[in-house]
Design a protein around this ligand. Structure first.
Ligand SMILES: [Zn+2]
Ligand SMILES: [Zn+2]
Length: 260
């Protein structure tokens, strides 16, 4: 196990439980070395499952500070957020980075017929292109260190095909060129596996076909992202499965990011 974790949520996103203190206490118990909080950040006003700007300032940052005060001699603690990339938010990302150690790019939306589209609703060739474009623009922006679940576009896409392979390669190559880390997301492993067209066991993400492609690129940076929405899940069985999957594919997820 890697003993670093940079993808952790809090109750503020309304679909997770626990405060920074609860996560960090558990991470200390498990002898983690580096631990980052990265709840879903404030973006489009009125978007449901995320904290507001006010909560970010008045609750999220102070709660992390409190946990740091208590545990900083036992673990290195970092503060970040998980955010989508949309072109009109340049200043927003810049401002957030004044307080934060890192941003994770978690692209849960794209455009469909010029409107914001939730990628969990459906995916087709048009939304796939838009997802890929936004992810690549996000990586090129320089604001993001990690690309969360790069393969999440398969969540509602009917089939792995030439098109999905093509956009996967473009995403992987852009990550390499922009020094962005590709995240093997553990949270998808907490859902049921299934058989792909080649009768191989895969998860909705990490998707075996995608990570087999990543393995063709020796310079691609990868990491295990626990994407914990509950402190009790830190270092769970799904994390072990993710590590084993990476090893089987010959990937070497990083074991150190911002720590010294
Ligand atoms: Zn979430
Ligand atoms: Zn997440």
């Amino acid at each position: 196990m890697n003993k670093i974790s940079y993808h952790n949520h809090t109750y503020l996103c309304k679909h997770a439980i626990g405060e920074p203190m609860d996560y960090i206490k558990r991470a200390v118990e498990l002898h983690y070395r580096e631990f980052g909080m990265s709840d879903h950040g404030p973006l489009v006003p009125g978007w449901g499952l995320r904290m507001t700007m006010k909560q970010y300032r008045e609750i999220y940052l102070p709660q992390i500070a409190k946990a740091k005060e208590k545990y900083q001699t036992q673990i290195q603690i970092f503060q970040g957020l998980e955010l989508e990339y949309l072109e009109e938010y340049q200043e927003h990302y810049q401002k957030l980075l004044l307080d934060l150690d890192y941003l994770i790019l978690g692209q849960h939306v794209c455009y469909y017929k010029n409107k914001i589209h939730d990628i969990y609703r459906f995916m087709n060739d048009e939304t796939l292109e838009s997802y890929k474009d936004l992810v690549i623009q996000g990586m090129e922006s320089g604001f993001f260190k990690i690309l969360a679940h790069p393969d999440v576009f398969m969540y509602k896409h009917p089939k792995w095909n030439q098109k999905t392979e093509e956009i996967s390669r473009q995403i992987i190559e852009s990550a390499i060129n922009n020094h962005v880390i590709l995240e093997i997301n553990v949270n998808g492993i907490r859902q049921k596996p299934f058989l792909n067209d080649k009768n191989q066991i895969t998860y909705i993400y990490p998707r075996l076909e995608f990570w087999s492609l990543v393995a063709e690129y020796p310079t691609a940076l990868t990491m295990i992202g626990e994407d914990n929405h509950d402190p009790a899940l830190i270092g769970d069985e799904a994390c072990v499965i993710a590590c084993n999957m990476a090893r089987r594919l010959g990937l070497k997820p990083i074991t150190k990011l911002l720590g010294d």
